[in-house]
Design a binder for this molecule. Structure first.
Ligand code: NDP
Ligand code: HSE
Length: 436
């Protein structure tokens, strides 16, 4: 059978890994796909660098957008990243009837509805396993393995860079900046690492997971996003003393009045398996009605782990090329005319429990005053601890763990607390999830 020809857009971390694994596992991949998979050409900016990677036999082209109309390629693999050239190239490729494999979560989270609709119109496939959590087949699990279930929630460590930073800070006491630098060196970080540390990359991925999990359109603009850049060593240590780990979690949940879609640092009980997921590893928990809780774990970033997902998609696309569009698995797991318009909840309406650290004057009655303010707001305190004796300024940290309450309620209570003469205005608030 004629080989499948691919145009590879980008030969950086993921593109380079994909090229290498395609070459190394060529025979094994052919046995699985049923046809040889050949790289027809590669697009890059730095042509010499690209040539040094792919060798003399594979053409290297500079104009990725122009190249995708090549009648000699069947599949475009987009691993450039970003939402400009990548978008133009993908839309043009779709218009020319090419199937798409992409690792670009930013593009799909922002322009996914437009791109998926174009793919539907032109009857081509768009496969994006590599866009969520590197090698972990979570898209496949949600779209196919759990297809019988009503998904209740999905919660995961879905950004390798931030998990790596938090792990290095906790275990090696490395400063934030040094840990970030190491993550960049190891090829985990996005071109703009703000995406990693401010939770944006995790929110891109979570947006895709929520769409697939609940059968809703892609709605990145409704996600609540808070990153790890403001976390302090002090809170990491206090959390540990209280039996918790802090992880950057993406959480999407079907609540009675809508869907939660949120990324933020989260206290997780240290005994949960997911709390021990360290380094650039990712882990995702899915709670569904029939299967219960299932967990998916693996390398969330890096050249070959991500290549593993890219190539799995290339193989799948190869196998299904001759199938009619309606015989294929829908892009967002649900038929495109069966998507639901259930609303995404604003963060103020989300219910969770909290860790709160405030700095107070170490005077008699301060704990009771804080407890009363919280009680007046209907917030039930699970535990309240004074961390250490008062310092030279006679100030001390108070750490409070609350039971579940609505975020709006909690914010109003904090606003009152920090107006008390015995409480300093700076505080740390971290959400806490049991994930039971
Ligand atoms: P890199 O920056 O390492 O590689 C990007 C590649 O795209 C480079 O080869 C670059 O070429 C090429 N490129 C950029 N702009 C153009 C352009 N205008 N025309 C042609 N080629 C261009 O990125 P990654 O490989 O890390 O990431 C690629 C995608 O994969 C992103 O969407 C990212 O979010 C996603 N991803 C990354 C993971 C990772 O672990 N790194 C994991 C999962 C997904 P040149 O080198 O010549 O400038
Ligand atoms: N920058 C991303 C991360 C790459 O660190 O998770 C994988 O999507």
């Amino acid at each position: 059978m004629k080989p499948v020809r691919i145009g590879l857009l980008g030969i950086g971390t993921v593109g380079g890994g994909t090229f290498e694994v395609l070459k190394r596992n060529r025979e094994e991949i052919t046995r699985r796909a049923g046809r040889h998979i050949e790289v027809a050409w590669v697009a890059a900016r730095d042509l010499d660098r690209a040539r040094a990677i792919v060798g003399p036999d594979i053409p290297v082209v500079a104009d990725a957008v122009a190249a995708v109309s090549d009648p000699d390629v069947d599949v475009i693999v987009e691993v450039i990243g970003g939402t400009t050239v990548a978008k133009d190239a993908i839309l043009r490729a779709i218009a020319h009837g090419k199937h798409i494999v992409t690792a670009n979560k930013a593009l799909l989270a922002i322009d996914g509805n437009e791109i998926l609709s174009a793919a539907n119109t032109h009857g081509v496939m768009i496969a994006f396993e590599a866009a969520v959590s590197g090698c972990i087949p979570i898209v496949k699990a949600l779209r196919e393995g759990l297809a019988a279930n009503r998904i209740e929630w999905i919660a995961g460590i879905i950004n390798g860079t931030s998990n790596y930073i938090l792990s290095e800070m906790r275990t090696k006491k490395l400063p934030f900046a040094a840990a970030l630098e190491a993550a960049q060196r190891l090829g985990y970080a996005e071109a703009d690492p703000t995406f990693d540390i401010e939770g944006i990359d995790a929110a891109h991925k979570l947006t895709l997971l929520s769409a697939i999990g609940f059968g809703i359109p892609v709605q990145f603009d409704r996600a609540y996003i808070e990153g790890i850049s403001k976390l302090t060593d002090r809170d990491i240590t206090y959390a540990e003393e209280l039996g918790y780990r802090i992880k950057l979690l993406g959480i999407t949940r079907r609540a009675p009045t809508g869907i939660e879609l949120r990324v933020h640092p989260t206290l997780i009980p240290a005994g949960r398996i997911i709390a021990s997921v360290d380094g650039a590893m990712n882990a995702i928990l899915v709670k569904s009605d029939a299967a219960g809780v299932t967990m998916y774990y693996g390398a969330g970033a890096g050249a070959e782990p991500t290549a593993s997902a890219v190539i799995a998609d290339i193989i799948e696309v190869t196998r299904l090329m001759q199938a009619e569009p309606e015989e294929r698995v829908p892009f967002l797991a649900f038929q495109s005319d069966a998507l639901s318009d259930v609303r995404i909840l604003p963060m103020a309406d989300v219910e969770t429990s909290y860790y709160l650290r405030v700095r107070v004057k170490d005077v008699v009655g301060v704990l009771a005053d804080i407890a009363r303010t919280l009680a007046d707001a209907g917030i039930s305190v699970a535990s309240m601890l004074q961390q250490g004796a008062g310092d030279a300024d006679n100030e001390t940290d108070i750490v409070i763990l609350t039971h579940r309450t609505r975020e709006r309620n909690f914010d109003a209570a904090i606003a009152k607390l920090v107006q008390m003469p015995t409480v300093r205005p700076e505080y740390a608030r971290i959400r806490r999830e049991d994930l039971g």
